[in-house]
Design a protein around this ligand. Structure first.
Ligand SMILES: [Fe+2]
Length: 398
């Protein structure tokens, strides 16, 4: 399957936030963000540019978005937006504000949503349902990332948290795609080491899963491999030299394009489950999952794994299993160079004394639930036993 979908317009360059001045006919802008973005003056910059050309643009700020936004937050956003009645929704921030904005915008386009008490229940029938296919967003959506990692500005899904179910899940619809992305690398200049590492490694996970997932295609693989090459080269530079403009531009390009390239990342369902259950930061959960994902697709995606090996300079042996192992180990060395350790050590640090079997068993329902919510690329496995086996392997990666 050749699958490739990106927003209609993408402005990418340092200073591209100024394109907001060129937006025609904006009268009422609903800005979805978090408190940090308000305090750091990012929201003021948006308003400044909106009003530079059109003095009377009314702006309403919804800044209650927390990390891993909950359905309650989405409901509050919908209420506030319906009262304000904007003609455009502008999301600014990391992945959470963008995911929240996409969900808020979408809900107003689905009549049936009024009946739904928790988005998770809707998500269980997910993108395959006729309801999602019919959904339309009634307002223009502009996404403006301030990190280089999630790629949420360009995806059709939101990762949300259901308090009722105690889990993160993906909420997806083609109608969630932004009309315009403004990717301005200047926003990331000077970002401290920790968020630079976490967001950069999240982007790396997106690319690797895209390459090894067996529905990769000519377009997506070419882009994903280029993103990996950039991350491999420039993430260490961005971490050691936070004001390096070139490094920030390359990372912004890679993070954005990682998510424009074809289907969805498949190890992410397990990473979401690990994150929900053990409160491990998203990128870390992704990285601890990735070596097993690579090995899992070793046979089916041998050709792609050899290409990946060439990009990251991993030895190739001409044998599917050995080549997958070689790439998996090289990726481990890369994330460990940023201070990540192992899943078992991280679990211990967080106070979870848990056996391999307990760990694997605890993730099965969450993972299978997440598989239902969107079209994964492809799911790692859909049976309980197979998911358990994959989770056991993840636990035992050293
Ligand atoms: Fe991710």
């Amino acid at each position: 399957m050749q699958w490739f979908k990106i927003p209609e317009k993408i402005y990418f360059e340092a200073g591209s936030i100024g394109y907001l001045e060129k937006m025609p006919d904006i009268e009422r802008a609903f800005i979805v963000t978090d408190e940090g973005m308000v305090k750091l003056g990012y929201v003021d910059r948006i308003i400044y540019h909106l009003r530079k050309r059109q003095k009377h643009v009314h702006c309403e700020i919804f800044s209650e978005v927390e990390s891993d936004p909950s359905f309650d937050t989405i409901k509050k956003g919908v209420e506030q937006m319906n009262i304000f009645n904007p003609d455009v929704i502008i999301a600014i921030g990391g992945g959470s504000p963008m995911d929240a904005a996409k969900a808020v915008g979408l809900i107003t386009g689905i009549r049936e949503m009024e009946e739904i008490k928790d988005l998770h229940d809707y998500s269980a029938i997910g993108s395959r349902s006729a309801v999602a296919a019919k959904a339309k967003r009634s307002r223009l959506l502009i996404t403006i990332p301030t990190t280089a990692g999630t790629g949420a500005e360009t995806t059709q899904s939101s990762v949300l948290t259901s308090a009722a179910h105690g889990m993160k899940y993906s909420f997806m619809s083609p109608a969630s795609m932004a009309d315009l992305c403004i990717v301005d690398p200047e926003f990331t200049i000077g970002m401290p080491a920790a968020p630079t590492i976490h967001t950069g490694l999240d982007a790396l996970a997106h690319c690797i899963e895209g390459v090894v997932g067996i529905t990769t295609n000519e377009y997506s693989q070419m882009i994903d491999l280029e993103c990996i090459r950039k991350i491999w080269t420039w993430l260490p530079v961005a971490v050691s030299d936070p004001k390096n403009v070139r490094a920030r531009e390359e990372m912004a390009w890679a993070a954005h394009n990682a998510m424009t390239a074809g289907g969805s990342a498949n190890g992410h369902a397990i990473a979401h489950a690990i994150g929900s259950k053990y409160h491990i930061i998203h990128a870390m959960a992704c990285m601890y999952t990735i070596p097993t994902v690579i090995r899992h697709f070793g046979e089916a995606s041998h050709e792609a794994i050899v290409r990946l090996a060439q990009v990251i300079n991993a030895p190739i042996y001409g044998d599917a299993e050995k080549d997958a192992d070689s790439v998996a180990e090289k990726v481990k060395a890369f994330y460990k160079s940023f201070g990540y350790t192992t899943l078992q050590e991280t679990l211990k640090e967080k106070g979870y004394e848990i056996s391999c079997d307990e760990f694997a068993e605890s993730l099965i329902d969450f993972t299978l639930d997440d598989f239902k919510s969107r079209v994964w690329n492809p799911p790692i496995h859909e049976s309980r036993e197979a998911v358990k086996e994959v989770c056991r392997k993840i636990y035992n990666e050293k």
